[in-house]
Write a protein that binds this ligand. Structure first.
Ligand SMILES: C[S@@+](CC[C@H](N)C(=O)[O-])C[C@H]1O[C@@H](n2cnc3c(N)ncnc32)[C@H](O)[C@@H]1O
Length: 273
């Protein structure tokens, strides 16, 4: 969280890189916003399950989704937690344009703001105060650079008892696929989970395979550290790995060749978004 005014040379370059990425994403979603909801169900797995991830625990009253896009996840959360005030933040005006229509039925309980998360912006909060839940759904993997800063910032923006819920791409054993996702501004190198585990006390973490192992996606829920006595850092053995041996090696991408046959013809094991 470096202020532009006090930044050193390398920090200024990092800020310029992040702003360039934000501009590239804004351009990307100018086109994609039109077809986003029609197409993304087939690969953004786990989004629909976000409210269910939060079923054990106090109901959040102040919810912020960073990178809310067209508002699907936010709508699910608004429905699941009727007492909550919600804020969706996104850098793309076009995505927010779609979200505005999708969320109108919730009235002033849900608000939307156009902003890029990160840098030296003010802390996010709803009109019910600092968030006791922050959600990142398929957003962090697009913060390149800036994902570390966004995770750290979420840890400080959350209310003391607050929780973070993240669903996102995890990794892929296929270099060609990683390159293709890179063209679409997505990094999937298993890089998010270690930072999330470092910054938050893990409550649950599930890694699932999609399309027979073409990639894996992750769902993580953690609590802001220091908020509850008796918290302990969780370890790999608490991670539930669907369709894979529950051992630490399963967290690293397999380099071996998956079974033959095109991924598209195999049944998707991940849950549909
Ligand atoms: C793949 S979409 C996910 C949208 C929604 N969360 C969902 O699950 O359908 C990623 C969204 O993150 C937004 N985004 C990317 N970087 C951002 C940043 N630094 N600050 C705010 N929004 C960002 C993009 O504009 C885009 O709408």
């Amino acid at each position: 969280m470096t202020s532009t005014a006090t930044a050193t040379g390398p920090e200024r370059r990092a800020i310029a890189d992040r702003e360039a990425n934000d501009r590239a994403l804004d351009r990307y979603y100018r086109l994609h916003a039109k077809v986003y909801d029609l197409t993304r169900w087939s690969f953004l797995f786990g989004r629909r399950g976000v409210p269910g991830l939060l079923a054990n625990g106090p109901s959040p009253r102040s919810i912020v989704e960073i990178g809310c896009g067209t508002g699907r996840v936010l709508a699910g959360l608004a429905g699941a937690f009727p007492q909550a005030r919600l804020l969706g933040l996104d850098l793309s005006e076009d995505m927010l344009g779609v979200a505005t229509g999708a969320l109108a039925r919730f009235g002033d309980r849900v608000s939307l703001r156009r902003a890029a998360y990160g840098g030296d912006a003010a802390p996010v909060e709803t009109d019910a105060g600092p968030p006791d839940l922050m959600v990142f759904s398929y957003a962090l993997s697009m913060f390149n650079p800036g994902w570390e800063d966004a995770i750290d910032r979420a840890a400080s923006d959350l209310a003391p008892h607050g929780r973070i819920a993240v669903v996102d791409f995890h990794d892929t054993p296929w270099r060609w696929f990683a390159r293709w996702m890179g063209v679409n501004h997505v990094r999937m190198e298993g890089h998010l989970l270690p930072r999330l585990r470092e910054r938050f006390a893990e409550e649950q973490c599930t890694i699932r395979r999609a399309y027979g192992g073409l990639w894996r996606h992750v769902a993580f829920v953690g609590r802001r550290r220091g908020a509850v006595s008796g918290e302990r850092r969780s370890s790999v053995d608490r991670t539930l790995i669907r369709g894979a041996a529950a051992d630490p090696d399963a967290l690293t991408p397999r380099r071996s060749r998956p079974r033959t046959g095109t991924p598209g013809r195999r049944r998707a094991r991940g849950r549909r978004a």
